[in-house]
Design a protein around this ligand. Structure first.
Ligand SMILES: C[S@@+](CC[C@H](N)C(=O)[O-])C[C@H]1O[C@@H](n2cnc3c(N)ncnc32)[C@H](O)[C@@H]1O
Length: 465
């Protein structure tokens, strides 16, 4: 086959891939609202349909109503029903989708906002849950915690196109500038300034320093695909990472020459930012129960020129702490780290705009189970903090039960007896992210970044870190 034909085919494949991605992520995000419309049109609940038929109708309806597909494109979905569900299913799919096309053209698609219902939290959560395509239990939680107006903004934000940021890798950028002979000119520049210089050379990329963490992060308003194609990420000069993840490291405030434990480290977004701040001096132990994800961290540390100070350890933090406490010295030797970061496993409700599927995979029971794990991990992490040292607890959740409640519970347990919740020193954190309790918290609709939480806990004793 001639080269131009192969390239042409490749273009088509790329276009198809983009289309397929948009379709799948859109259907995943808008699943509940789509199901409402389908059930109104079909006169039966979507749960009563075969799973494959449900998917065919969701795909067809989304393409028709959100991607501006002409009604003849629905033939593809009818053919899909024939092939995937069974030949006789084509008539049903055709009937529902043609009715959708007719009603859409007349501006009369079933509208969930007009759903009848009472004014209890549950009823309002159900209505908002269908209109904005979120599970009722989660909306009810937010209505209780945040109120109606804030919940509504959050729901809208979770369905909007997410914004992306890049973390600038200072060590790798400095080395690359040296190689390019730009070291003098860039000598005192921050990692973000070094990265911005490179981004300016790329066509179609609009980027500005992060308003929250301007030294390390860059906000990309457009052109993320060009950045990825440029090889800057593959070469380890930057990483796609939300600014909110940098807040926990900012609160931890690691310094050159210190010993730092990242107790739930993989895949290493925070470890690598922290290690970068240590300017090649000191030691970072990155511990995680997942050996596979730790290997990815190891590779990234090497690529970013941070391999010399980062050591990985695959282990369960709870077992490590139990072993340390059972030692003859009662754990005194293990309590040797100046700073410990516990970025705990959590529900991830702060990152729903970027993870379209997560809202459907989480349950209220999981939040309860995760809270127990978070308690156990906080107890364990505290064993490694030296007297006078710092423990930062962080999550990417916006649920109080996974955030400030866990900190309060820790301070009330024997393991937390030697710790105090400490407000960040003046000037350390950006404006608007520290609450009255001294904890750091972001909400996507208020801060324009993912939702996240971080608290700074100081162990009483000798010299402070
Ligand atoms: C929120 S993620 C950490 C993300 C990481 N800090 C970053 O910024 O890239 C939580 C991590 O905790 C790890 N984890 C869960 N249970 C653990 C345990 N018992 N001991 C150690 N690590 C654990 C998971 O494997 C997961 O990588």
């Amino acid at each position: 086959m001639p080269l131009f034909a192969i390239l042409n085919q490749f273009q088509i494949l790329k276009r198809d891939l983009r289309f397929a991605k948009e379709l799948v992520s859109g259907v995943t995000r808008w699943r509940r609202r789509l199901d409402y419309v389908i059930s109104e049109l079909a006169g039966r609940t979507t749960e009563s349909l075969e799973p494959e038929m449900r998917q065919v109708l969701r795909l067809g309806l989304y393409e028709l109503t959100q991607m501006g597909a002409p009604s003849h494109a629905l033939n593809e979905h009818v053919e899909l029903a024939k092939a995937w569900v069974r030949p006789a299913a084509a008539g049903f799919a055709n009937g529902v989708l043609r009715e959708a096309a007719r009603r859409a053209e007349a501006g009369k698609l079933p509208d969930p906002a007009a759903m009848a219902g009472g004014s209890s939290v549950r009823d309002r959560a159900r209505r908002l849950g269908v209109v904005h395509s979120h599970p009722t239990w989660l909306v009810a939680r937010w209505l209780r915690a945040l109120g109606e107006e804030s919940t509504l903004s959050l729901l809208v934000c979770n369905n909007a196109r997410p914004s992306y940021s890049l973390r600038a890798n200072g060590a790798a950028l400095a080395a690359a500038d040296e190689e390019d002979g730009a070291a003098d000119e860039q000598g005192a520049a921050t990692p973000a300034a070094r990265l911005l210089r490179r981004l300016r050379a790329l066509e179609g990329v609009e980027a500005t320093p992060s308003p929250l963490l301007p030294s390390d992060f860059v906000r990309v308003a457009s052109g993320l695909q060009s950045v990825l194609r440029s090889g800057l990420v593959a070469r380890g000069l930057c990483a796609v990472q939300d600014e909110s993840t940098g807040l926990a490291v900012q609160l931890l405030d690691p310094r050159p020459g210190e010993r730092l434990l990242d107790a739930c480290a993989a895949p290493g977004n925070k470890t690598l930012l922290a290690a970068g701040r240590m300017l090649g001096q000191g030691r970072v132990v990155a511990l995680d129960v997942s050996a596979g994800r730790l290997q990815a961290l190891r590779n990234a540390a090497e690529a970013q020129g941070l391999g010399a100070i980062v050591t990985t350890r695959a282990a369960d933090l709870r077992q490590e702490a139990a072993a340390a406490r059972a030692a003859a010295d009662g754990g005194a030797a293990a309590a040797s780290f100046d700073r410990v970061l516990l970025d705990a496993p959590c529900s991830g409700t702060g990152v729903l705009a970027k993870r379209a599927d997560l809202r459907w995979r989480r349950t209220a029971d999981q939040i309860t189970q995760l809270s127990t794990l978070q308690d156990d991990l906080l107890n364990a992490a505290s064993a490694f903090v030296k007297p006078g040292g710092l423990l930062v607890y962080s999550t990417c959740s916006i649920e109080v039960d996974e955030c400030s409640d866990r900190v309060r519970a820790f301070l009330g347990r024997p393991e937390g007896g030697e710790f105090d919740l400490e407000a960040p020193p003046p000037g350390l954190m950006p404006e608007g992210v520290v609450g009255p309790d001294g904890c750091v918290a972001t909400l996507p609709h208020q801060h324009g970044v993912d939702g996240a939480f971080a608290a700074r806990l100081r162990r009483r004793g000798a010299a402070g870190a």
